[in-house]
Design a protein around this ligand. Structure first.
Ligand SMILES: Nc1ncnc2c1ncn2[C@@H]1O[C@H](COP(=O)(O)OP(=O)(O)OP(=O)(O)O)[C@@H](O)[C@H]1O
Length: 358
């Protein structure tokens, strides 16, 4: 259950986002880097999916592919992103034109990226940007209503009317990021995609922002894909968590299971790397070594060179993601479901039943 105690049961809801076998490569003459490798998951309406992994695990690549903000040299080489805007029939976002995508952004899918400056117009005062976005979205909204709603939205993330009168460059990075989050929530999107949105703010503000996201999710019912390197933060926020390593999902399940009963040795290591937000601080051990260079990924399981529980077959077999208890895990410790050889498409679907279930 989320930290705010809300009783949302996402497993009762329709699937909003169904990602199947998504594969993204950075194409270069010297060879391609597969930064997102056969990634599959579902997000239901109103559900918060957290994606965690170290730097270089492919989180940002996944987010830019999902939102179709991907730019060369990144290329989606396989997979589907089935999205149901406003409860309509699913559309595959892969292959949509920029014009079609513009019709979906803000209204149905809002994005908060690491750098708030990208989302804000540098030559417009903050409040004016909110009013613009609101009246674009709802042409019947009066100026006074747009003004009131702007103030409410900014207040939600702790900003004052005085700050609404400023230009983005006059605000601190943290303030800009809070404004961007409020702007993303302004239009009532079905899905809000957030890439490390709280990295630039202090811990107190981080907690406030997370609480706001939870409260607004309960009020407005949007779903969230939230990317961060900090697993402890996700357990406060997410219903489900996907753990990425070297471009693949290595474990996915309910936030409770992933945090309290991690099965993949990488998830265990990641959990031991961050102080818990609510529990007493334990000794942090971290994960020795660093993520692989994806230009030359290790053979077999990409985590095996760093894995404290590796055994002889780990360097020759890529484990598939398969159900183990309440979650799905890609690790040979948990038996069959493996392929001999090196990295490549694995074609295993993570069904919603495998990933939901507090
Ligand atoms: N423009 C690029 N050209 C080639 N390879 C790239 C490019 N951008 C990213 N990569 C590679 O893709 C892999 C995944 O990078 P990505 O930024 O998606 O990871 P991340 O988990 O989001 O990391 P971070 O938290 O540091 O943003 C990395 O190994 C990186 O070297």
């Amino acid at each position: 259950m989320p930290a705010d105690g809300s009783e949302i049961r996402p497993d009762d809801r329709e699937i909003l986002l169904d990602v199947r076998g998504l594969t993204v490569e950075y194409v270069a003459q010297q060879g391609s880097v597969r930064a997102c490798d056969d990634v599959s998951f579902t997000v239901r309406r109103g559900e918060i999916l957290g994606v965690a992994g170290e730097s270089g695990s492919g989180k940002s690549t996944l987010i830019t592919a999902l939102t179709r903000l991907e730019r060369p040299p990144a290329v989606t080489t396989a997979g589907e992103i089935l999205f149901r805007p406003g409860g309509r029939a699913p559309v595959d976002l892969v292959g949509r034109t920029e014009r079609e995508l513009r019709g979906l952004r803000w209204r149905h899918m809002a994005v908060v990226l690491q750098s708030a400056m990208n989302a804000l117009n540098p030559v417009m005062r903050l409040g004016a940007q909110f009013r613009d976005v609101l009246s674009e979205h709802d042409r019947t909204m009066s100026r006074q209503d747009a003004q009131k709603r702007t103030e409410d939205l900014l207040a939600l993330v702790g900003l004052t009317p005085l700050q609404a009168g400023r230009y983005p460059h006059e605000l601190s990075g943290g303030t800009r990021q809070r404004a961007t989050i409020a702007l993303a929530l302004a239009c009532g999107a079905d899905l809000v995609v957030m890439d490390e949105p709280t990295t630039a703010v202090d811990v107190v503000m981080q907690r406030q922002i997370l609480a706001n996201v939870l409260r607004l999710r309960a009020q407005l019912g949007f779903a969230v894909v939230f990317v961060t390197h900090d697993l402890s933060l996700l357990v406060e926020l997410a219903d489900c968590i996907a753990i990425m390593y070297a471009g693949r999902i290595v474990e996915i399940g309910s936030a409770f299971d992933i945090y309290h009963h991690p099965k993949h040795p990488y998830t265990e290591g990641l959990r031991a790397s961050f102080p818990p937000l609510r529990e007493p601080v334990r000794r942090l051990s971290g994960i020795p070594g660093s993520p692989p260079d994806l230009r030359q990924p290790p053979p077999g399981c990409a985590f095996h060179p760093r894995c404290p529980r590796r055994f002889e077959r780990c360097d020759g077999t890529v484990p598939d993601l398969r159900p183990v208890g309440g979650q799905s895990v890609a690790c040979l410790l948990y038996g069959e479901g493996e392929r001999a050889g090196s990295r490549g498409p694995q074609g295993v679907r993570v069904e919603a039943d495998d990933v939901v279930g507090h």
